[in-house]
Design a protein around this ligand. Structure first.
Ligand SMILES: [Zn+2]
Length: 54
């Protein structure tokens, strides 16, 4: 069975995605610099983490 490269899919899903630490709104951006939350205007953003495997 052919296996899709998981890392590729993960990169597409999580790369350049940032989450607002205040309201958890997600934003796609090239970098964290000068990134403001669209919802609350906060610049307290973090990179989206990969979903934890259980
Ligand atoms: Zn926000």
């Amino acid at each position: 069975m052919a296996k899709i490269k998981d890392s590729d899919a993960e990169e597409r899903m999580y790369k350049n995605v940032f989450v607002c630490m205040k309201c958890n709104a997600k934003r796609r951006a090239k970098s964290k610099e000068n990134l403001l939350c669209r919802k609350c205007g906060s610049n307290n953003m973090r990179a989206k983490k990969k979903a934890a495997k259980k």
